[in-house]
Design a protein around this ligand. Structure first.
Ligand code: E4P
Length: 216
């Protein structure tokens, strides 16, 4: 399973963009607003930092507006920009039209199997089910991921499943166990994936023992 970083913070992206296991970035209008930048300027800067897929979300709610923004965002760096579209009738229509124009898409705010199915059928490149927000509201996110993966496999849909709204290391592990394609992970969870107390204590004792044999 691939890992993306879910942020619009440049320092966070800089820290992870050269590590061997982070392959892309996802953003949304709220993450960009938190950084105090304009949507387009933020995407331009991120595109200079990383070479993998970068999801950039449209803010228009009507089909024509979405298509216009999609073309503009995609033109920033055609080899990397993925246009993020909302899970609405207009968003899915835009998704299908952009597929015909060979512009990659990520249908976001997916909270049910039926919504994922519509994204598959609308030729989405990616679909983003939101785990944390489901769990926060009393639904079972693991069950949804399991079902979406099953339907994708049943019919051989090429759409990639990006698990989003990740809150914990356990979420990441669950997504991998269930066969998701990608997890997009916030900085504070990404930094925890590598550490384990036994790795830390093991390293300390190896270092101590290595010191003992230094002059042998
Ligand atoms: C996905 O692409 C979204 O940016 C993101 O994962 C939203 O997560 P949140 O529920 O933490 O806002």
């Amino acid at each position: 399973m691939q890992l993306f970083i879910d942020t619009a913070n440049l320092k966070e992206i800089e820290e992870f963009c050269h590590c061997p296991y982070v392959k892309g970035v996802t953003t949304n209008p709220s993450l960009i607003a938190k950084e105090g930048r304009s949507q387009e300027e933020a995407i331009r800067t991120i595109a200079q930092l990383i070479d993998g897929p970068i999801s950039a979300e449209v803010t228009a709610t009507d089909l024509d507006g979405m298509l216009l923004q999609a073309e503009k965002l995609h033109a920033i760096k055609p080899e990397n920009i993925v246009v993020k579209l909302p899970m609405t009738a207009a968003g899915l229509e835009a998704c299908r039209l952009l597929a015909d124009r060979r512009i990659p898409t990520n249908v976001t705010l997916c909270f049910s199997l039926s919504q994922a199915l519509l994204a598959f059928e609308s030729k989405a490149t990616y679909v983003s089910p939101f785990l944390g927000r489901l769990d926060d509201n009393g639904w079972d996110s693991a069950r949804l991921i399991e079902e979406i993966v099953r339907v994708k496999r049943n019919y051989g849909y090429p759409t990639k499943i990006i698990c989003a709204s990740i809150r914990s290391v356990q979420h990441v592990e669950t997504c991998a166990l269930l066969g998701a394609d990608i997890a997009t992970v916030p900085y504070k969870v990404l930094t925890k994936l590598l550490s384990h107390p036994l790795t830390e204590s093991g390293l300390l004792s190896f270092a101590k023992d290595a010191e003992k044999t230094r002059n042998v």
